[in-house]
Design a protein around this ligand. Structure first.
Ligand code: CA
Length: 444
């Protein structure tokens, strides 16, 4: 062994040792790696040491992969890149490994990984979809403890091809990746009929020109078997054909600090429980910034907190959009909805709206009786209090009287009063009285 090589291996051992020392979360604390195997894996790793970026190493460390042996894909032979990368993935021992993908373009898809596999790209590592191949780039099925970090996935706009598919799997991280030109979900987390998926983070990824739900969490109706997840700090740009973050039939999730720009939708939910949608920035959306759908076969949605989001220039800032199943305990607090072309808030679902800011009163439409609005303001600071017909910032007997005067009228009738049509359906009827009864006594 040459002197240079010995020195390089020594540096690598130091690096691995230091990563190991500072790892503060370890999925693998109970599984000590067999050191005799490790010596085989760390041979000829000079290239890896030189090209691995600081960011990549930080990522591995932060999610518990510090100290694992490194398997370098460039050392594997095969007729094409798919065969080479798959051979490396197959070599991951039971105790786990980092599978390192060096810089450059790797034309590969249809890859499958085992439990305890950390796939890490060097700066500039690109996985490009081969022509006429529609399998996902990577599939993780019924496994646990894995990650995909620092890779760029070029989808080549091939139809009906998913990017990364995760089925029935636990404890994983997909972080710091870039997805270009995907026609189907770049990341899809899903289930088999009786499966579960849980405990995962999708963070700091960039989705550019990705369509049909770039981040798609999709369980099974009437079950909440996708649980405990965090979708954080991702950026979606130019998803003009159903581009959005979509969460369905799932529970206990946080969607926070994502940016969704120039897409068809922002954040979409369907039959979810215990979801927090917080501090996301959604801009230039051709349809709905946030929507809350439901579906036949599922009891509906419960416990959703929508807090401190900024929704700019959508068609409708927030609404139900579809389905008629219950939406229970929906709180919409401290959000900014501005410059929607149609409505900032279309309250077609029962929700509690507290301290939200909208463009102006014409951008608020209430269709559901069971809504509560407190502290709604325009961007200029003017208070909007639905049900306050005479604009004295109180909902009281005077408002009831004003609705009573116009009772029974519809748009165009002589005693029609636009302001008295609180539930905006073009008729002043029992719905408007009922809304007042429910909100009687509110002051802004
Ligand atoms: Ca009043």
């Amino acid at each position: 062994m040459s002197k240079n090589k010995s020195a390089a291996i020594f540096i690598l051992i130091l690096l691995i040792a230091s990563l190991s020392a500072v790892a503060y979360i370890s999925y693998f604390s109970s599984k000590k790696y067999d050191e005799t195997k490790e010596s085989k894996h760390i041979q000829n790793k000079e290239a890896m040491v030189h090209s691995t970026t600081h960011r990549a190493l930080l990522s591995i460390r932060s999610i518990g992969g510090g100290g694992l042996p490194v398997i370098n894909v460039s050392e594997y032979e095969g007729e094409n890149d798919t065969v080479k990368i798959q051979a490396a993935l197959n070599d991951v021992p039971e105790g786990g490994a980092i599978v390192f993908i060096p810089s450059g373009v790797w034309v590969a898809a249809g890859l499958q990984a085992k439990s305890h596999t950390f796939i890490v790209g060097a700066e500039g590592a690109i996985i490009r979809r081969p022509e006429n191949v529609t399998e996902p780039f990577l599939t993780f099925a019924n496994i646990s403890d894995f990650a995909v970090l620092n890779l760029t996935f070029e989808g080549e706009n091939i139809e009906n091809a998913y990017g990364i598919e995760v089925i029935d799997s636990r404890n994983f991280t997909i972080q710091n990746n870039t997805f270009y030109n995907h026609t189907k979900s770049a990341i899809k987390v899903t289930l088999s009929l009786n499966g579960t998926s849980s405990n995962f983070t999708i963070s700091n990824n960039l989705f550019l020109n990705c369509q049909n739900v770039p981040i798609f969490i999709f369980g099974i109706p009437s079950r909440r078997a996708i649980r405990n997840f965090c979708i954080l700090n991702n950026t979606l740009i130019n998803g003009t054909k159903n581009g959005k973050i979509g969460i369905a039939f799932s529970a206990n999730g946080t969607i926070e600090n994502n940016k969704i720009i120039n897409c068809q939708y922002g954040i979409a939910t369907r039959c979810v429980s215990n979801l927090t949608i917080r501090k996301n920035y959604v801009e230039n959306i051709t349809d709905y910034g946030i929507y809350l759908g439901t579906q036949v076969g599922d009891p509906g949605t419960d416990n959703v907190k929508i807090i401190e989001n900024e929704i700019r220039r959508s068609r409708i800032g927030i609404c139900r959009y579809y389905g008629s199943y219950p939406l229970v305990n929906i709180q919409v607090i401290n959000n900014l909805f501005v410059n929607s072309s149609q409505y900032d808030i279309l309250a077609d679902f029962p929700g509690t709206f507290i301290n939200n800011t909208i463009t102006d009163a014409s951008k608020l439409k209430i269709e559901n009786l069971a809504t509560l609005f407190i502290g709604t303001r325009t961007v200029s600071g003017q208070i909007i209090l639905p049900g306050d017909i005479n604009y004295d910032l109180k909902i009281n007997i005077i408002d009831v009287a004003l609705v009573a005067i116009s009772f029974g009228s519809s748009k165009g009738n002589p005693n029609w009063n636009e302001a008295a049509d609180i539930i905006q359906d073009g008729e002043i009827n029992i719905k408007d009285i009922s809304y007042l009864a429910k909100n009687f006594g509110i002051t802004s």
